[in-house]
Design a protein around this ligand. Structure first.
Ligand code: PMP
Length: 373
């Protein structure tokens, strides 16, 4: 039976990419070897790593002064590597507290310095993105989570924000470039989901296992000038400069994960890049949110203006029916729809590789459930 995979991560990958990856496991480009067997020092793997890094740069139009790395340890290790590389001892960083992952990033930064909470929606169970933010004077950087996977909120329009009481410049300009501090973005759950001026972020990081590939690879991209300002002694594996100097191959990289990321990035390019994928994602999200809004039985959990295009969170008004709805989803081949325990209800993760057809099947099940209520 055909399955529709709505898991939050690891998550759905394009069918074509799975085919190509399977072929690479059997034999990489007629080499007589599996991609799982080749040396990371071989010309064949170096070419894969180079292409993956080049595609990240190309898809986000990153200028030459950005470095692109493929590392391991997931986004969770970046929670620590960011302050380790950017926060001087005794220094302060400003963080938005917009969800469980942001809170974990804050915890790691606190182990290395002071954290100023720029704004928090914790008291409202993270159901929105706070817009009035403060940035502590002398902050080494400002950290945002661009999409909150657990709660289904996303920073959609920075022009609504005010910083230290002043509105950001109007939409269309590079709003947060004017902040005067490096901006760090955890983009784990919305990287490459549509057009964005990535250069408004001085550092981007993302675990690959949602929009880019399998678990095991982490993308980090940053403006090289932000490094070298902490005077900290940085352990080798946590030092971005070490990974730059070694082209992301200081030690054995997660070769297969990087290979599949490269294939997915190629697929994204074939699809037409960020504009095209953004339209595709808009269409899916619109269909699903419209279904929720037009239903008497379902209700969305995130504030409308902050709704995520990637993770759609919703509840049944009568939660005693949750099991019935899940059973109906199960019958239709819908997988991974159960909400995170901190929100309850349901979460449909509709990453890049989810076809419109998958969302249609889900909305049809929702309609049918409503009729038979
Ligand atoms: N940040 C966000 C926004 C996430 O969604 C996740 C994982 N789901 C993480 C960080 C942690 O990523 P990892 O499991 O790669 O450490």
């Amino acid at each position: 039976m055909k399955k529709y995979n709505f898991n939050a991560g690891p998550a759905i990958l394009p069918a074509e990419v799975l085919e190509e990856a399977a072929e690479g496991v059997r034999e990489l480009n007629g080499s007589g070897l599996s991609v799982l067997e080749i040396s990371h020092r071989s010309a064949a793997f170096e070419a894969i790593m180079e292409e993956a890094r080049a595609l990240v740069r190309e898809l986000y139009t990153l200028p030459d002064d950005y470095e692109v790395l493929f590392l391991q340890g997931g986004a969770s290790l970046q929670f620590l590597m960011v302050p380790m590389n950017l926060l001087p001892e005794g220094g302060t960083a400003s963080y938005m507290d917009t969800g469980g992952w942001a809170a974990k990033a804050i915890k790691e930064a606190k182990s290395l310095g002071n954290v100023h909470i720029s704004a928090s929606s914790k008291e409202q169970n993270y159901n929105h993105i706070p817009k009035n933010i403060t940035i502590a004077e002398g902050s080494a950087y400002f950290h945002v989570t661009t999409n909150n996977t657990l709660y289904g909120t996303e920073i959609n329009e920075l022009s609504r924000f005010s910083v230290n009481g002043n509105p950001l410049t109007p939409k269309g300009e590079n709003q947060i470039k004017g902040l005067g501090v490096p901006v760090v973005a955890d983009m784990s759950s919305n990287i490459f989901s549509g057009p964005v001026d990535a250069t408004q972020f001085d550092l981007i990081y993302a675990g690959a296992q949602k929009n880019v590939g399998p678990a095991g690879a982490t993308i980090v991209a940053f403006r090289s000038s932000i490094l070298g300002k902490t005077n900290r002694s940085i352990p080798t594996m946590l030092d971005y400069q070490v990974h730059i100097d070694n082209d992301s191959m200081f030690n054995t990289p997660s070769c297969f994960a990087v290979y599949v990321c490269m294939l997915t990035l190629r697929w994204l390019k074939r699809m037409g890049g960020m504009e095209a994928i953004g339209k595709h994602n808009d269409e899916k999200a619109r269909l699903l949110y419209d279904t929720i809004d037009n239903s008497d039985m379902f209700v969305g959990t995130a504030a409308r203006e902050d709704r995520s295009r990637m993770n759609v969170t919703f509840l049944l008004k009568d939660n005693s029916r949750d099991k019935d709805f899940l059973a109906m989803c199960n019958e239709a081949g819908i997988v991974g729809i159960k909400g995170h325990r901190s929100v309850g209800g349901f979460r449909a993760s509709i990453y890049n590789a989810m076809p419109l057809e998958g969302v249609k099947v889900l909305t049809e099940v929702m309609a049918e459930f409503t009729v038979h209520a």
